[in-house]
Write a protein that binds this ligand. Structure first.
Ligand SMILES: CSC[C@H]1O[C@@H](n2cnc3c(O)ncnc32)[C@H](O)[C@@H]1O
Ligand code: ZN
Length: 439
């Protein structure tokens, strides 16, 4: 008998890799934060002597969900400006509110609220793009979440930095200080082609290659963005980014609702990744990302919620369902984006896009024990013929019961273990009062 930290057993384990596999009555053996083995529960009990054995009787265990694009502090702006198209929403509502309120305190409390919501929804890793990324990283790490911090660049001054040069310098400083952190990693996050000039973009292309970190950017979010680029630069944004050396395996293009067939081929040929944010795209009426065509071309497509001011939640189970349904509607093919593919987009594809494919995104020996348990015994998911069908087409985030990151429980029986809820509620109420007063 081998002594280990933990066994978690459940009627279903969906490891995501290999694709399509569902293991029945299996257990995950976990030691020092990593998955040692997946094996039948009976065998696990004969082979291992665990410090703790979590027996889940009606649950599916899946890899922790990976939110490949969000702006976590924007939880504090949830519901502030609805039913508007992107540029009106940004220029006349969101940017003015951010100009008034964004600072370290806003980012701290907004990230804390986001962390609580993400953990309760089964997310274990998120890729963020916002001001004061160090504060987001500190809050995320304290909550026990895995976070990829976007080192933002935008040609406008903010409370965080004055110009593109300062954004880059501050980002590099954070990168150097936190390099090697167990939970935090980095990507460059130039905001969008229409807000960052050629010089900083060219510099980021070089730095991303040198430092081997991804570049995460809103690209081709709307038809207006593409038309404006053609008028201003004589070319579509993707071509401009390609000429600046940014399109390749380092790039995560977020949204990508406007894509011609040649651009889809180009993304596939260069190994660039796409982050699909279906609910934000629907709410801002930005357009439809051609997910099925991208997948067929071999592009790695991940899933993101975007921020809660355009979604308005951080619910990746819900996002999977929207993505799966929308892909069928857009392609006219009911077989487009089946449930296993949607789950893979919300887990392993996100991890791979973020350069974390070796450590998270699937339940495999050697990987970090980043795990989400979903109770499929609720009435809403009965009867049960196929657990993956229910995860994508029927379950809600309220059925997420337990979440672990690197083997550490962040949610146990729906209770947050790392976040003080009454304190969080007080902080959010305070922001609500301040923001509502100014509105
Ligand atoms: C430079 S920090 C990030 C910046 O992005 C803004 N934002 C949030 N959602 C979107 C979106 O869908 N498209 C473009 N910009 C977005 C956010 O408000 C911050 O200012
Ligand atoms: Zn965004």
């Amino acid at each position: 008998m081998q002594t280990i930290d933990k066994l978690i057993s459940a009627p279903w384990i969906i490891p995501v890799e290999p694709q399509g596999r569902v293991l029945e009555d299996h257990a995950l053996a976990i030691h020092e934060g990593r998955i040692l083995e997946l094996l039948p529960t009976e065998e696990a009990q004969a082979r291992y002597r665990p410090e703790t054995h979590r027996r889940l009787e009606r649950h599916a265990l899946i890899p922790g969900l990976v939110n490949a694009h969000t702006h976590s502090p924007m939880t504090l702006l949830r519901g502030l400006a609805d039913d508007l198209p992107l540029m009106d929403w940004l220029q006349n509502h969101i940017w003015p509110a951010e100009g008034r309120f964004v600072g370290e305190g806003f980012v701290h409390d907004g990230t804390l609220l986001a962390a609580a919501e993400m953990i309760r929804g089964g997310t274990t890793c998120f890729n963020d793009m916002y001001f004061f990324p160090e504060t987001t990283g500190q809050v995320a790490a304290r909550a026990g979440l895995r976070a990829v911090l976007g080192l933002i660049v935008i040609d406008f001054p903010s409370a965080w930095a004055g110009d593109a040069e300062e954004y880059i310098t501050k980002g590099l400083d954070i990168h150097d200080r936190y390099k090697g952190d167990a939970l935090l990693s980095f990507c460059f996050a130039p905001h969008a082609p229409y807000t960052v000039g050629d010089d900083p973009l060219g510099r980021l292309a070089t730095l991303a290659q040198e430092l081997e970190i991804p570049v995460h950017m809103h690209v081709h979010e709307t038809a207006h963005e593409v038309e404006e680029s053609v008028a201003r630069f004589g070319m579509r944004p993707l071509e401009r980014l390609a000429r600046l050396g940014l399109v390749g395996p380092n790039l995560l293009g977020v949204h990508m609702t406007q894509l011609e067939a040649s651009e889809i081929r180009y993304l596939a040929d260069t190994g660039a990744h796409v982050v699909h944010c279906p609910e934000s795209n629907l709410k801002l009426a930005s357009g439809f990302c051609p997910v099925q065509a991208l997948v067929e071309a071999g592009v790695n497509v991940a899933l993101g919620t975007d921020g809660t001011a355009s979604n308005n939640d951080l619910d990746l189970l819900g996002e999977m369902r929207t993505a799966a349904l929308l892909a069928k509607g857009v392609s006219g093919d009911a077989a487009a984006l089946p449930a296993h593919t949607a789950l893979r987009m919300a887990t392993l594809n996100g991890a791979r896009a973020l350069g974390l494919g070796e450590s998270t995104g699937s339940l495999e020996p050697g990987k970090s024990a980043d795990i989400t348990a979903v109770d499929l015994g609720e009435l809403e998911t009965l009867p049960l013929y196929d657990p993956v069908s229910h995860l994508v087409y029927a379950a809600s985030r309220h059925q997420v019961s337990d979440v672990w990151v690197a083997g550490r429980p962040l949610l146990r029986d729906r209770q947050l273990t790392t976040i003080d809820l009454p304190d969080l509620r007080r902080r959010v109420a305070d922001w609500q009062r301040r923001i509502a007063e100014a509105d």
